[in-house]
Design a protein around this ligand. Structure first.
Ligand code: IVH
Length: 642
């Protein structure tokens, strides 16, 4: 009994913190304790109506009006694995609608005489808060619909990632969900920005009779309402394949946060038959994706020197598993992040990792700090070469300016050989480090002399004749690579792939670029005065000059080959989906070279979706179909260039 009370108290606390957007524990940990409480309650047979298993957490914001829901707004039961999902499905085995579960907050909307007249948060499910003023700022929500009768619908209000990144510059919010929850409940609607909605439920449409949910959603879509992407299945294996596809791929591609999938029986008669528990409808189920955020303890901060001399803090923490991978390190971004977030050694911290994204520390759970903790030491000397670091007032990073700093040189060579730069097979990070330590390479120009040391290389453990031949051939191939890629490969601070491409349009040869003035550089697209200064400074360095001369003598291409820009694609915007025969960066460059634009997501402004074979299931593909955007293959794109 004591245990039940304690768990109830804990979970209530966690619910409240979560609802405010500052969770104290991870979703996985929460669910573990929640099930524990549920089991204990079931065993003892005493269910307290105020237990967190029976209620929905809700903290009122002062000044917002409370509104009672016409029909209680329940939550959904969760399944964390396919076994439990199958149990749910097997009770009926009928058509199931599957939708992404948007990570925002539910809003109930009321339309009357075709006009949006009310919007209420879920609250505790019985009553919520009137938020019509902020819901009116939701850009993709029509404030008027054709249907003139009373209409009550539900949807999820959320913040797309790009808006989150744009708005959250001071790190006020820990994630888009917290931002959406904060914005929607603001008193001043003019400060609510970036909100979007997707509708997932029709509660009531006066005098309309429907047999299935699909008909209801179609009706809503015909009103011009943005209905959540919905697919229907009757076969459980197809459901799991689809959910896995979302979890592993689509989730990364859509521009908004998703934390799982929602499954609902389609036939309304089945829904009626199954009914509700105190908290959930039995006809629906949420399938939660594994958490992409975990909580752990920060043990140490180490400092890593990057290719351009930036010194980045790295958090070392107690190992955690996120998304199926165990990690004990994550970036802490820069020294300013540590100071702004007040992150201390020993703190409980939140770490996030999405598929193939570098793990990062999100924040410290300051509320969990039981004792006085100390801030990590911020280095005054480079951890690699020991030279005094450079700290500039407004720059959030600290920097090592020593061109002979070993860590920097190694990182520069690793970058030079990497896929997006010179793409030298067999020269990944491990081999670059090894060949550096053994004295074979000291800068990128040394790569072009490796062929003279082939015999010595072959004797190294794990190398051998074939491998060395491959490496040397790979290095040889880099001699014909476009100048823009060489420029990117040189790791000049501030010169990324796109900037390099813009630079070579004005300065198509190494010779012309070396002689460019800071003023000439600063007017290139995407190059401000800071990058202009950095490029100019780079070419002044005596060791840079020697290294570049050696590259030229080795026969490397220093001219941009495609000087003639064609206008065949001017005014056209392309979106790419799937794996093409050429690297994506190259296709993008080709499109831009011909005057076209490339965008990351499909919208009404997209002219063409270039889809790799077999990509018909992707969100981009479906959206293109929905919007009537032309879908072409890679070879059709190439034909357009002629
Ligand atoms: S259907 C009776 N569909 O997830 C509740 N909910 O965990 C029926 N959500 O409260 C909800 N996307 O805030 C449904 N496609 C979707 C959803 C969705 C997100 C949220 C919603 C709901 C919660 C349940």
């Amino acid at each position: 009994m004591e245990n039940i009370k304690e768990l109830q108290k804990q979970l209530t606390l966690f619910d409240e913190a979560y609802e405010k957007g500052n969770p104290l524990i991870s979703d996985t940990e929460y669910e573990k304790r929640y099930s524990e409480l549920q089991e204990l309650e079931q065993k003892t047979g005493t269910v307290d109506p105020n237990s967190p298993t029976q209620t929905i957490a809700y903290t009122k914001v002062d000044g917002l009006e409370t509104v009672k829901h016409t029909i209680p707004m329940l939550s959904l039961d969760k399944a964390n694995d396919y076994h439990n999902l199958k149990k749910w499905f097997s009770q009926v085995r009928d058509n199931v609608l599957v939708q992404p579960k948007l990570d925002g907050l539910t809003i109930v909307l009321h339309y009357q005489d075709g006009k949006l007249v009310d919007a209420v948060t879920r609250g505790n499910g019985i009553e919520g808060e009137r938020v019509l003023h902020t819901v009116n700022t939701v850009v993709n929500l029509p404030k008027e619909v054709l249907f003139a009768g009373n209409l009550e619908i539900r949807g999820e209000v959320y913040i797309p990632f790009d808006e989150f990144n744009k708005i959250n510059t001071n790190g006020e919010y820990t994630n888009p969900r917290a931002m959406a929850a904060g914005m929607i409940r603001r008193h001043d609607a003019s400060s609510a920005k970036g909100l979007r909605i997707q509708i997932f439920d029709l509660v009531n449409a006066e005098d309309q009779v429907f047999v299935t949910d699909r008909e209801q959603l179609e009706f809503l879509a015909n009103q011009g309402l943005p209905v959540v992407q919905t697919t229907m299945f009757a076969d459980f294996d197809k459901i799991t394949t689809y959910c896995t596809q979302w979890q592993e791929k689509l989730r990364q591609e859509v521009p908004y946060p998703i934390d799982g999938m929602v499954l609902k029986f389609d036939r309304l008669e089945i829904r009626e038959r199954l009914g509700f528990t105190a908290k959930f409808p039995r006809w629906g189920m949420a399938f939660k994706f594994p958490s992409q955020e975990e909580f752990t303890y920060l043990r140490e901060v180490t400092w890593q020197v990057g290719k351009s001399g930036q010194i980045t803090p790295v958090a070392v923490f107690d190992p955690i598993e996120i998304d199926g991978v165990t990690i004990n390190r994550a970036t802490l971004h820069n020294k300013q992040f540590i100071l702004d977030q007040d992150i201390r050694i020993g703190d409980r911290i939140v770490v996030a990792r999405a598929n193939d994204v570098i793990p990062k520390v999100i924040r410290a759970v300051v509320e969990a700090r039981a004792e006085e903790l100390t801030l990590p030491e911020i280095p005054t000397q480079c951890p690699s070469c020991g030279q005094d670091v450079w700290v500039e007032g407004s720059n959030p990073h600290i920097q090592c300016l020593n061109p002979f700093c070993k860590a920097q040189i190694i990182e520069k060579i690793i970058h030079y050989c990497s896929r997006d730069a010179m793409d030298i097979e067999g020269m990944g990070e491990v081999n670059v480090r090894l060949l550096f330590e053994l004295g074979f390479i000291r800068d990128p120009a040394d790569l072009y002399e490796l062929h003279t040391k082939a015999e010595a290389l072959q004797d190294l453990e794990g190398f051998g004749k074939t491998k060395v031949k491959k490496i040397i051939e790979g290095i040889e191939k880099t001699k014909d690579i476009p100048f823009s890629r060489l420029l990117f490969a040189l790791a000049i601070p501030g010169v990324g792939r796109t900037t390099a491409q813009a630079i070579v349009k004005k300065f198509p040869t190494l010779e012309s670029l070396k002689n460019a003035s800071k003023e000439e550089l600063a007017i290139v697209d995407g190059v401000g005065s800071v990058t202009a200064q950095s490029i100019w400074f780079y070419f002044q360095g005596p060791q840079t000059k020697t290294m570049l001369n050696r590259l030229v003598n080795a026969g490397i291409n220093t001219e941009e080959l495609v000087a003639e820009t064609k206008d065949t694609l001017t005014g056209k915007t392309f979106v790419l989906t799937g794996t093409m025969s050429l690297p994506r960066a190259e296709i993008e460059a080709i499109i831009k070279q011909s005057g076209g634009k490339v965008s990351g997501s499909v919208s009404s402004k997209t002219s063409f979706l270039v889809a790799a074979p077999g990509e018909t299931g992707t969100t981009k593909y479906q959206k293109a179909v929905d919007l009537g955007v032309s879908i072409i293959s890679e070879s059709q794109l190439m034909e357009m260039l002629l």
